[in-house]
Write a protein that binds this ligand. Structure first.
Ligand SMILES: NC(=O)C1=CN([C@@H]2O[C@H](COP(=O)(O)OP(=O)(O)OC[C@H]3O[C@@H](n4cnc5c(N)ncnc54)[C@H](OP(=O)(O)O)[C@@H]3O)[C@@H](O)[C@H]2O)C=CC1
Ligand SMILES: O=C(O)[C@@H]1CCC=N1
Length: 274
């Protein structure tokens, strides 16, 4: 296993990425920005654009090389069953499989890798690309403490990390923070469209929507106050924001809709297990 240090936490770590699309690419960009050596990264992905210095391999080449510390599984859940068995030799050689595939359970992944693989199931999100991701991890009993620490180091290099013992929680995590950036970007789209519908030029409305969401995130991040207090700080008594919130916070408005959306995503995560 690679030697980890505080200053360059990813120096010495060797990594194989299966899939380098939206999520694998976001993680890779975040890791390269935090000291992962491109020369220590191999990628199996037929078409993805790879950063300079990162080597593309076929599956056959990947299993013929010395086993990497970590194999990141960042292919679509639907192709996991047909793709993963080819990498069983790496699992037998001690590589830990760090999977971000939505819905795919630790037991299912381990079974595809020959039954006794060290597997960490993780659910990150795309702000990892700028070091602002949020990940939740769950490991099987075959992951020794130093390997667990290595996976935590990898994910902590690109954002916050939390562990759960109860793997079933990962479905709701996937629904909330895994997909969460999409809901926030949808909010930007909705704000911009609402501004346009209320008479603003479309480009000005979009600039304001983007700045407002990004600035609110930064304010939230740097504040000791909870979100409700920050909301109340904007809401003058009988003012304009109160008029908008009366619509958004009506009994049948935003909260029940978001709760239904998260439930739908969590249910889809459970379906993807099989
Ligand atoms: N996108 C997100 O925000 C998040 C995604 N995830 C999970 O990450 C995983 C990847 O999702 P995402 O990045 O969005 O999907 P993408 O389609 O963007 O990335 C998957 C990549 O895998 C490639 N690929 C296909 N077949 C193989 C193969 N046999 N071997 C190696 N690579 C292959 C694809 O190539 P090609 O396109 O040419 O088929 C593609 O580049 C999923 O399991 C998803 O659940 C988890 C958290 C958040
Ligand atoms: O939409 C998906 O299935 C993946 C998992 C979480 C975010 N994207």
């Amino acid at each position: 296993m690679g030697c980890l240090t505080t200053d360059t936490p990813l120096a010495g770590v060797s990594l194989l990425l299966l899939g380098c699309g939206k999520m694998g690419g976001a993680l890779l960009n975040g890791w390269l920005g935090r000291g992962l050596e491109p020369s220590a990264v191999h990628v199996v992905d037929p078409l993805a654009d790879l950063p300079a210095g990162v080597t593309r391999l076929t599956a056959e080449q990947a299993v013929a090389l010395p086993p990497p510390d970590v194999c990141l599984v960042a292919i679509k859940p639907q192709v996991v069953p047909e793709v993963l068995p080819a990498y069983a030799p790496l699992a037998q050689a001690g590589t830990v499989f760090l999977s971000v595939a939505a819905g795919k359970t630790i037991d299912g992944l381990s079974g595809l890798l020959g039954g006794d693989a060290a597997v960490v199931r993780a659910m990150p999100n795309t702000p990892a690309a700028v070091g602002r991701g949020a990940s939740v991890l769950c490991a099987n009993a075959r992951v020794p403490a130093p390997t667990r620490a290595l996976c935590e180091t990898l994910m902590a290099a690109v954002g916050t990390v939390e562990w759960v013992d109860d793997e079933s929680l990962i479905d709701a995590v996937t629904a909330l923070s895994g997909g969460g950036p999409a809901y926030v970007f949808l909010l930007v789209e909705c704000l911009a469209e609402a501004g346009r519908a209320n008479g603003l030029p479309a480009d000005l409305a979009m600039r304001l929507a983007r700045s407002t969401v990004a600035g609110s995130g930064a304010l939230l991040d740097g504040s000791a106050e909870d979100a409700a207090t920050l909301r109340k700080n904007v809401t003058s008594h009988k003012g304009t924001t109160a008029a908008a919130l009366a619509v958004l916070m009506a009994e049948d408005a935003l909260q029940p809709m978001v709760t239904r959306a998260i439930a739908a995503a969590a249910e889809r995560s459970r379906e993807l297990a099989s």
